[in-house]
Design a protein around this ligand. Structure first.
Ligand code: FAD
Length: 382
């Protein structure tokens, strides 16, 4: 491991490798990435359901996704690695009047940002998602540019390009502290030694708050357990089946291999780092899935897992300079949409660090917003 670097990136999830990629492309000098686990993506990234969408309720999230979707489409051109962004679309099913009011507002905002989102009548849903029960559905929104991606493919593509561009990646290397002189970071301390550096990027996902604490900074990111289930092969799942979100129940599902992936965010879960599988949580997912897609009755469970959403108080990421110590930049707290925002997060971070104007106005994602009370909640969180 180098003893000196121009920048140390903490965390080898999708955000850390994307940030390293865009900094390396900008020829930022000696870039070192440290990951405490034995392999990259071991945190939330390997648990992601693979959904990529621009249908959000806040402008900054819509724009971050629209930029990311463009970059996912030209991933091979940019990184040299093949990775599929399957644009099968995202379908939000609405069965409550109050949700229609909210989603109509978001639809107007999304259209004003240039997103090709549509509002569908219940009878128009079957063309995209046959077998989904629609008798209680009043309306739906659909965007064809949204879709699905395998987190591992994109992570590995970035990793390969990072290494080719000279980024040093150190696994099993845990950040344990920092050296700070006159309010400036001068070094990162790890279990494998110290790296002198003037710049540290906090991409530690659910652990970002703990990294902040090491320098006395408050980074309001809390870990919340979320579970998913996959089924065995199902004849009725068509290749064009999109990500379907049942807004009332919170169920989300999409085709996965020859079957389906089913997920749901239990909003009653307390924060914590426990990622054991709770059978009651699994049952709650299956109950919602059966209610919406009765044909799942014959499905067999292939796999299940739990991971952490790295959640901020307003469900929007934190991207920007830490105000309390010089030399720390946060790129974290994506609140369940870190895979889909990774390319854009990499781009805007590299731009801010090299002193360029960011491609997306990310003022709303600044770390200072919580202290200033300038918090606008992202309401379209699954
Ligand atoms: C069940 C589930 C489904 C999801 N579905 C989607 C989805 O469909 N679409 C989507 O966009 N997002 C989804 N997400 C969210 C997405 O997975 C995360 O937002 C994203 O992976 C965050 O990436 P990250 O790199 O910030 O965090 P991580 O992948 O967690 O990476 C952070 C890394 O930092 C390392 N680290 C922590 N502390 C230290 C330290 N002290 N020293 C060194 N390394 C350290 C960790 O080991 C970890 O590998 C889902 C999440 C879950 C749990």
């Amino acid at each position: 491991m180098r003893s000196k670097a121009d920048v140390v990136i903490i965390g080898g999830g999708i955000i850390g490798v994307a940030v390293a990629f865009y900094l390396a492309k900008a020829k930022y000098g000696q870039i070192v990435l440290v990951e405490k686990d034995r392999f990259l993506g071991a945190g939330s990234t390997s648990k992601a359901a693979g959904g990529i969408r621009a249908q959000f309720s806040t402008k900054v999230n819509i724009e971050m996704s629209m930029l990311s979707e463009k970059l996912f489409c030209r991933f091979k051109e940019d990184t040299g690695s093949e990775a599929l962004f399957d644009q099968v679309g995202y379908l939000f099913l609405l069965s409550e009047e109050a949700d229609i009011v909210e989603y109509r507002k978001s639809y107007e905002l999304q259209r004003s940002c240039g997103l090709k989102v549509e509002m569908l009548k219940p009878q128009e849903i079957a063309q995209y998602a046959p077998h989904v029960r629609t008798d209680d559905i009043l309306m739906a929104t659909f965007c064809h540019d949204d879709g699905l991606a395998d987190p591992h493919e994109f992570l590995q593509g970035y990793e390969k390009a990072d290494r080719q561009m000279g980024v040093e990646i150190n696994l099993e290397t845990e950040v344990t502290g920092f050296a700070v002189t006159s309010g400036k970071i001068t070094a990162v301390k790890t279990n494998n030694g110290t790296i002198a550096t003037p710049l540290v990027i906090n991409c530690a996902g659910a652990y970002a708050g703990q990294i902040g604490k090491l320098v006395g900074a408050s980074v309001p990111v809390l870990p919340y357990r979320r579970q998913c289930v996959t089924t065995g092969p199902l004849d009725f799942v068509k290749p064009f089946f999109p990500m379907v979100v049942d807004v009332k129940s919170g169920l989300y599902c999409h085709k996965e291999s020859k079957g389906m992936l089913l997920g749901w965010a239990d909003k009653k879960v307390s924060p914590g780092f426990d990622v054991s599988i709770d059978p009651e949580y699994t049952d709650a997912i299956l109950e919602r899935a059966l209610d919406r897609i009765p044909q799942l009755e014959t499905a067999e469970i292939a796999n299940k897992w739990a991971g952490l959403y790295e959640t901020t108080p307003d469900h929007r990421a934190i991207i920007g300079w830490e105000p309390h110590v010089e030399g720390m930049f946060h790129v974290t707290g994506f609140s369940g949409h870190g895979l889909m925002h990774a390319p854009a997060a990499g781009v805007v971070t590299a731009e801010m660090i090299t002193g360029e104007k960011p491609s997306v106005d990310i003022t709303d994602l600044s770390p200072e917003r919580f202290a200033k009370g300038a918090v606008v909640e992202e309401t379209n969180v699954i």
